[in-house]
Design a binder for this molecule. Structure first.
Ligand code: 6R9
Length: 638
């Protein structure tokens, strides 16, 4: 079966077939990939334990699909176009052949440093080609990568390294993001104080910031490559992996305090990311594709690295940010590299909208054919701006809904195929069976309903477990509703059967498209010496989508309240990272709690949203008086 549907009729036909004959459907899709050995069974599953196995018995290596199989046909075509942070620095192009060679070389470096199949490797790097090379080199030899976003703190890195007992870290001296220099190696040094499992650190040169290299532990990327060259660049055959062998771990926030390591496996993830990339974007050979995400998040894993490369696409990797050195940066990149497909996030669109149309003046965006959005609900205003000013009303917008746990796009228009509707992720991709349920897990049938979004049948890209704690995977995703995967999202299905994601229904915030657990932020705030307790909720934020609002009980704060606020923000930055910094901190004398001691977040959310007219039933509160105090305090902060 062709990966791409050809028309809306074809989509409907394919969808029906995928639901009636899921195993046949996925087997036919999987035929489009290169296997060292085909599977014995397509699917074996139950959502109880859960135990999900796709393509059991099959052998493969995902890097052969992303690299080797393209060498004869498109070996000299660009695989990666790298655009540096500073537009004055020249960009780099890596053809498929060059990327293949570099991945093999670095895979040998990993082996020379004692790495074997199954070892866990933490990657903490800026958005440079070496990041993609490092990721692929791990996959080449069957080592499991755990990429940590460059904006996380030493403590967050240490937590993640310990959770997976990583034995090697790959990093850079430093990185550039907009006007900022990020001292990556120094952050790693701080993290490693707590990580005895790490025996080696490989450091690539990027910023030329002075770093302390520890004898016996730290080595330079460039020196290690030279050693491989003097070995005569030995070949690095791709390790034969079972379809269900682990490919990577990626940590994501949930409603409890500790981030969980979502585990993806080789076969299913390869099929799912390749399939969805090809189909959703209707990728045509030669098209230049630019996804603005960071490889530190799932979008970068699936749709900068694995999906595009398995399909022989040219993928643009951008080191910087949309607003530096000015708000034309994206449009300059589109013009310079003649980008055909642009996949970005609502938060970036909203922030660029704020600069008006001047940054667009004189920019040639005529190469653009297709646009995509991911990470959070896209508001209609941003959708229309994207459509009119970037797409010139000629480019379909694919509003793609999915999650770290789903591995790839789940509900989305297919470019030029599905009629779109602003704010709607529209329809499930073939093979995906969404269902809406009420609080009790009862299915909401028919159209014009809204409820909690679940998926009732497995798909190849879904998570298999949470690293080192399968029970957590079960309770988080498979125990809320029997026999369903629960997404944590609320969703509306309109009269046409179109899906609109309304946002998280659990205690997870979505700040600029980044998932942040309220409990995690509370834990960090509570570490501050004068804080007694705190409660964190989201509030509507013009650019970030959601902002972080913290109610803090802090009886002995400095006489200078502003300074205490800054101290708390600094604490959160240190413990989690700057991405989780509260936007607003309100000091309160107590939190609204029920008699059983539960914080009534519903009330706090309403106050943070500025909607205090109807706070609902407060009679079960231990001390209803506290609500009035909080209301008055919040009005003062405006
Ligand atoms: C890919 C990614 C997942 C959460 C998800 C949902 C929100 C993602 C969305 C969207 C509305 C979209 N989300 N895409 N909400 N429309 N098109 O973002 O993964 O970081 O794990 O976040 O993001 O709430 O549950 P992840």
């Amino acid at each position: 079966m062709n990966l791409q549907v050809s028309s809306f009729e074809d989509y409907k036909k394919t969808y029906d077939y995928s639901v009636k004959e899921p195993e046949k459907f996925w087997a036919e899709i999987a035929e489009n990939f290169q296997w060292k050995k085909k599977w014995d069974t397509v699917l074996n599953w139950n959502f109880k334990e859960p135990a999900i196995k796709w393509f059991e018995g099959a052998k493969l290596n995902i890097t052969e699909n992303c690299l080797d199989r393209h060498l004869d046909t498109i070996g000299d075509k660009p695989a990666i176009i790298w655009e540096p942070n500073d537009p004055e620095e020249s960009h780099r192009v890596l053809t498929y052949k060059q990327l293949h060679d570099k991945v093999c070389q670095f895979a040998v470096v990993l082996k020379n440093n004692g790495i074997q199949k199954g070892d866990r490797i933490c990657i903490y790097m800026p958005m440079i080609p070496e990041l993609a090379i490092a990721v692929l080199a791990c996959a080449r030899i069957g080592a499991i990568h755990s990429v940590v976003f460059g904006g996380f703190s030493a403590q967050s890195i240490a937590d993640r390294i310990q959770d997976a007992s990583c034995n090697l870290v790959i990093t850079a001296d430093g990185g550039f993001r907009g006007g900022k220099d990020i001292p990556l190696k120094s952050v790693i040094d701080d993290a490693l104080v707590q990580c005895p499992s790490v025996k080696k650190v490989i450091v690539v040169t990027r910023s030329r910031t002075p770093v302390s290299m520890i004898k016996g532990r730290d080595v330079w990327w460039e020196d290690e490559i030279k050693k491989v060259e003097t070995m005569g660049n030995p070949e690095c055959p791709a390790e034969e992996m079972d379809a269900e062998d682990m490919l990577f771990i990626l940590y994501t926030s949930g409603s409890t305090g500790k981030p969980k390591g979502v585990v993806h496996t080789c076969g299913g993830y390869m099929v799912y990311t390749g399939y969805t990339f090809s189909n959703v974007f209707q990728y045509q050979p030669g098209e230049i594709y630019f996804c603005t995400a960071d490889i530190g998040w799932i979008t970068g894993h699936s749709y900068i690295v694995y999906g595009p490369l398995s399909q022989g696409a040219t993928t643009v990797l951008f080191e910087g940010v949309p607003t530096w050195p000015n708000a034309s940066r994206f449009w300059d990149i589109v013009e310079k590299h003649k980008v055909n497909i642009l996949y970005t996030a609502p938060t970036a669109i909203r922030s660029l909208m704020g600069f008006g149309l001047d940054p667009l003046k004189g920019k040639d965006l005529s190469s653009l054919k297709k646009l995509g959005s991911v990470g959070e609900p896209i508001n209609e205003e941003a959708w229309h701006w994207f459509d009119e000013h970037i797409g010139n009303k000629e480019c379909p917008i694919v509003d793609t809904w999915w999650q770290t746990e789903t591995g790839g796009i789940m509900i989305s228009p297919i470019a030029d195929v599905t009629p779109t509707k602003p704010g709607y992720a529209t329809l499930p991709l073939p093979g995906i069976q969404p269902i809406l349920v009420d609080e009790n897990g009862k299915e909401l049938e028919g159209n014009d309903v809204s409820g909690n979004l679940c998926i009732k049948f497995p798909w190849p890209g879904m998570l298999r477990t949470t690293y080192g704690d399968h029970e957590r995977c079960r309770t988080t995703y498979f125990a809320t509703y029997e026999n369903l995967y629960f997404t944590g999202d609320g969703c509306l299905r309109d009269a046409d059967g179109y899906y609109r994601i309304t946002g998280r229904v659990d205690d997870v915030l979505n700040v600029s498209g980044h998932r942040i657990g309220t409990a995690e932020v509370e834990n960090a705030i509570n570490m501050h010496s004068s804080v007694v307790e705190s409660a964190v909720v989201g509030f509507p934020h013009d650019i970030k989508g959601q902002g972080v609002y913290a109610y803090v009980v802090c009886p002995e704060h400095h006489s200078d309240e502003e300074l205490t606020r800054k101290d708390i923000i600094m604490t959160v930055s240190r413990i989690i990272g700057p991405i989780a910094k509260p936007d607003k901190i309100q000091f309160v004398s107590g939190l609204p709690k029920t008699r059983s001691g539960k914080i009534m977040r519903r009330i706090l959310r309403k106050i943070a949203e500025g909607d205090t007219s109807n706070l609902g039933d407060t009679s079960t509160l231990l001390d209803p008086g506290v609500v009035d105090e909080i209301k008055i305090g919040s009005e003062k902060m405006k």
